[in-house]
Design a protein around this ligand. Sequence first.
Ligand code: 3EB
Length: 308
Amino acid sequence: MAIVSFGAPLPAALPCPTLTLPLAPLGGWPVIEAWLSDRPVQPMADHGISLVMNGEWLIGTISVDERPGWSLDSLTDDAYRRILYHLNRLGYPNLCRIWNYFPRINEEQDGLERYRRFCVGRHRALAELLPDFPLSLPAATAVGTPYGPLQIMFLASTRPPTHLDNPRQLNAYEYPPAYGPRSPSFARATLCRFPQGTTLFIAGTASVVGHASQHIGAPVDQTHESIRNVTAVLERASSACGANLLAQTNHALFKVYIRNPDHFSAIQAAFHDSSLPVRHCVFLQGDLCRRELFTEIEGLLVAKAPHA
Ligand code: 3EB
């Protein structure tokens, strides 16, 4: 259905949505992520959006170049409006997972940090157009690239999923204004309990407890805190679906974004000492949305769980 490449170029013409991300894999080889379907797929492309559907899932990507006269909030607002327009038109109105990547995430643009500008634009579009906002917000990631366009990948479904909170963390969409004029529009996790199977998407999860960043300046302690948050989300999802997902992390994949490549070995070692399987982790160099955050974990778990 889709191909995502980390740190290596892709052939120009692939018959599916693609994302080429300049996030270097740490500790080795280029990483290619392939999203597969066991049913026939139908592609569609329109002005920078490329998407594919299989009757249950829709996966799409949009790439937007920044241009003079457009601030990142307007650009993001416009991209999200176009995404929602197509999801509604095609009958896949339920957002399940979103990834956002753009450069200079912690730089100021016209007096506001670009991550906060991105949040303003995303909030403007979603608050206006998404029914049941903010309760219908999906798990998401927002990570900074060294260069390139604003790139968004989105997964949606014909069926409504269940969005989950993390009891250790305030919902991001309820963060106080100290973190920016509009709160970050995402859920801590999204659980898709569909007849074909159960999939859990865990959002970018950092060293944040309540709403405050923890362990400033300490990458290993931040990693352990982030792992505690991922574990708490797995416990929350386990009670939501009636299966022990903590016992199924061998069916999970994790991406670990690391701001400073000098921290890679120490952060990787912290996973060795944890309950998350390090051989299921891909480590990528990327900037995070708060300057003080050194690392962030996201996860995907295809679960064995009783039918919904
Ligand atoms: C946090 O908990 C960390 O703006 O979409 C993590 C994942 C974070 C996604 C987003 C932000 C986003 O606040 C930051």
